[in-house]
Design a protein around this ligand. Structure first.
Ligand code: SF4
Length: 394
């Protein structure tokens, strides 16, 4: 979206600064995410009455014109139009000279050293709690050659790390080509030193990716595989496509191939019907598996989803308490994982330099601060963390 404005001759200013148009790319995956976006929009409208607020993306897709009627936005832009906002503004009589922009004409811009390429959107897995199938529709994949061209352009712009993203990335298909074919091609682009994947669903191509990672020089040894619950009854109610046993089998396979694998997961706490016993099953499984990064979400009713109709909704206080327990466990597991690298060499892509300290991420997705010089920005620096070295793996 920023690239479309730049290409059309607009100036981009940091969020919060006075501006003619403020774009908020919304998320509707939880009701909290949606509320946060609307709150942001209200604060922009309060602080500058002349600013036009565009709410783009999923909340706009799901709620449509209601957001305008209720005064949250001046313009809404769903998934289809959000990459053509300068043109959209013209149709709203916003006086501006603008050039026509097509989404993939221009290299996207990012304000970090990591560049994201969205290769796929939509999902038809229909998990009972999830609004994504309504917000994003059926799975669609971008053309293979278009993605490769974008990756080459990003490499030419100096990005060293590419993150391939999608609503359900493992479903990427362009004819017979799937995500591992994309990895193979991107890996051979000069200038790209690292590749990451956003998240992979079990029951797609997870084993192929782990096998690919084992032999790859550039695919980071870090993977995010949503687990959601450690209880088979809850997984069934959620409409997930695996059992606890299959999840354990996959993780054991992954770690047997890559022992120091950075392993992230999502857990959805307080799903309707989650008893103390079911939550305890989740807690025990999280304890048992070698996770290095937990994303904890509290279940919220999304109108139009099957789960909203399930009886046995969990009260807010219990959800909060269970979330807290898992967040605390996640912090401990993250530290334990980082400690495994004491005395071993890690590589850190430096995203920020302040005085003589550079911060960034290791390949295993550990946040690190290490000694660097100013010229090390956007470089991958090898480093051996030592206890008491004064530099940290977070
Ligand atoms: Fe939603 Fe992910 Fe399930 Fe698809 S696989 S329905 S995106 S939770």
């Amino acid at each position: 979206m920023a690239a479309s404005f730049k290409a059309a001759g607009w100036k981009i200013v940091p969020f919060g600064q006075a501006c003619d148009v403020c774009v908020i790319n919304t998320c509707t995956v939880t009701s909290k995410a949606e509320r946060d976006c609307l709150r942001l929009s209200r604060s922009v409208k309060r602080s500058n009455k002349n600013t036009k607020v565009i709410l783009a993306g999923c909340a706009a897709e799901v709620n449509g014109e209601r957001l305008i009627k209720e005064g949250w936005a001046d313009i809404t832009a769903g998934q289809d139009v959000k990459f053509r906002l300068p043109e959209l503004l013209q149709t709203h009589n916003f006086k501006t000279e603008t050039k026509v922009f097509r989404r993939h004409d221009t290299t996207p811009v990012f304000d970090s050293t990591r560049a994201l390429i969205k290769v796929q959107d939509g999902c038809d897995f229909c998990c009972s709690y999830c609004i994504v199938p309504s917000a994003r529709g059926q799975p669609t994949s971008r053309a293979f050659h278009e993605i490769i061209n974008e990756a080459k352009a990003l490499a030419d712009h100096g990005y060293k790390e590419i993150v391939l993203t999608g609503a359900n990335l493992g479903c990427y298909r362009d004819h017979s080509r799937q995500i591992t074919d994309l990895l193979d091609k991107v890996e051979n682009i000069p200038g790209i030193s690292r590749i990451r994947l956003s998240s992979i669903e079990l029951s797609t191509v997870e084993h192929e990716i782990i096998d690919y990672m084992t032999n790859s020089d550039k695919l980071c040894r870090s993977i995010h595989i949503p687990m959601q619950s450690g209880d088979n009854n809850i997984l069934r109610l959620m409409g997930r496509r695996y059992t606890v046993e299959q999840y354990i089998e996959l993780i054991e396979y992954a770690v047997s191939r890559i022992p120091l694998l950075g392993l992230g997961t999502d857990i959805l706490v307080g799903f309707p019907g989650e008893t103390e016993e079911a939550f305890d099953n989740t807690l025990q499984l999280v304890n048992r598996l070698p996770f290095s990064n937990l994303h904890i979400f509290s279940y919220s009713k999304r109108p139009g989803t099957k789960a909203a109709e399930i009886t046995g909704q969990v009260d807010e206080k219990t959800k909060k308490c269970r979330s807290r327990t898992l967040i605390d466990l996640g912090k401990r597991k993250k530290q334990l994982f980082a400690q495994k690298f004491i005395g071993r060499e890690v590589s850190v892509l430096i995203e920020n330099v302040q005085r003589n300290t550079g911060s960034g991420w290791t390949g295993e997705y550990i946040q690190a601060e290490i000694p660097v010089s100013k010229g090390n920005y956007n470089q991958i620096i090898p480093f051996i963390p030592h206890l008491f070295s004064g530099y940290v793996l977070k």
